[in-house]
Write a new protein. Structure first.
Length: 409
């Protein structure tokens, strides 16, 4: 006897589950907790199966009968509704595993984390991914079209972030190529979009190249009234001109006091190879002064709130802003450009010695392999000359010409 909509609500919950039959294999199961669920019972190749159609009242009697009729048609045509539902769920799980987000995460894990890239490089990759996660992150990587990726990139571009748009496209392209290599997609739609984006406006990090202005900046740093470790970090950067991240993550165990060398481990350098910095008298004095404040800690430059964490990556630039220097005038990274320009203009040092001091790579692999072991003695002399140069300009005195015997080239 067919069920009636009015009587379904009145079916009571009993100690055990029981069924109320409708028609053509449809029935309602009432469970001890009061839940009521629709099922369709059918047979395929002699085996009895049942297909869940949903819970009442979300699925009404009328809707349950419509779902039953669809399933009956599938059975008549030789199909198996339960098998088809399981297949759809499996495909959905596979699609989720092959989403752009999951492929990108795997790419970052394999190429960046597994490749032992610097923490900042990994963080930057995840930042590019963050621009893509919302719009296409959940989409199967094999189904993403160039047009939908272009919508995302153009939105970034219209926000005035041309370089971010270009680099995000390049990151997406690497993810798609990773997907192709893993047989998860057949092409790279991002490769077609390179010429469709505006070229970035080239800007250089602010750097002071006038020796007189450099001297004024050094005097201003000496007068800084903020946290002592931040002040010493600002004082050290011009002398050692390492990347700001290499400085703020420095640990005391890296200083060789006897050899007067700061050895930066490979995992913290951009090129993933160790970098040794010869320390001038002035640099050693600053490290010794810093040791009075943080020498008992692991980090040379601990965080303001916890000495178990390093100094914030924006601490130095924030200090410059508090001193009144805007980002178009001074940045922490700019001291590298300052040193590179003025050391080269001095004409006293081999260009390769300067490049090695800056921890730059060589486009020529043979030249790079040769230069790696060269110029150390020259770099030691150059480090001291540079510190003297900085001190003399800070004091406002002229630099006395110095004849230096250069190392082997």
């Amino acid at each position: 006897m067919a069920l009636k909509a009015a009587e379904i609500r009145a079916f009571p919950a009993l100690v055990s589950a029981y069924r109320k039959t409708d028609e053509k294999g449809l029935y309602l199961e009432i469970r001890p907790n009061g839940a009521k669920r629709w099922f369709f019972k059918y047979r395929v190749l002699g085996s009895e199966k049942r297909l869940t159609l949903g819970d009442w009242p979300e699925v009404s009697l009328v809707q349950a009968r419509e779902l039953r009729d669809e399933a009956r048609r599938a059975v008549r045509e030789g199909g198996d509704p339960l098998h088809e539902r399981k297949r759809e769920k499996t495909m959905a799980r596979l699609a989720a595993g092959n989403s752009f987000q999951s492929v990108a995460e795997d790419f970052i894990e394999v190429k960046f984390v597994g490749g032992q890239k610097a923490a900042a490089t990994i963080e930057k990759a995840r930042w590019y991914l963050s621009h893509l996660t919302g719009p296409i992150g959940g989409r199967p990587v094999s189904e993403i079209e160039p047009a939908e990726l272009m919508v995302v990139l153009k939105k970034i571009e219209k926000a005035g972030k041309r370089e971010t748009a270009v680099r995000t496209r390049a990151f997406a392209s690497r993810v798609f190529r990773h997907g192709v290599a893993m047989s998860l997609c057949k092409s790279d739609p991002a490769a077609l979009l390179g010429d469709a984006l505006m070229s970035p406006i080239v800007t250089h990090r602010a750097a002071i190249l006038d020796p007189r202005k450099l001297g004024a900046l050094l005097r201003a740093i000496d007068d800084y009234g903020g946290r002592e470790s931040v002040k010493i970090a600002m004082q050290l950067l011009p002398h050692v001109f390492v990347r700001p991240g290499e400085l703020r993550l420095a640990k005391w165990q890296e200083i060789d006091w006897d050899e007067k060398i700061w050895r930066i481990p490979a995992e913290r350098t951009k090129l993933r190879r160790p970098h040794s910095v010869p320390l001038s008298v002035q640099s050693l004095a600053l490290f010794n002064e810093l040791r009075r404040h943080t020498g008992w800690m692991d980090w040379m430059f601990p965080g303001e709130r916890s000495h178990f964490k390093p100094m914030c990556e924006n601490a130095i630039n924030t200090a410059f802003r508090r001193m009144g220097f805007d980002r178009e005038t001074v940045t922490a990274h700019g001291f590298r450009a300052t040193a590179s320009t003025l050391l080269n203009e001095s004409g006293k040092w081999h260009p390769d010695a300067i490049e090695r001091a800056l921890a730059h790579g060589h486009s020529n692999a043979v030249r790079g392999a040769y230069a790696r072991g060269q110029h150390w003695d020259e770099r030691v002399q150059m480090a001291q000359w540079w510190s003297d140069y900085l001190e003399e300009h800070k004091e406002g005195a002229p630099v006395v010409p110095l004849v230096v015997k250069k190392g082997r080239r």
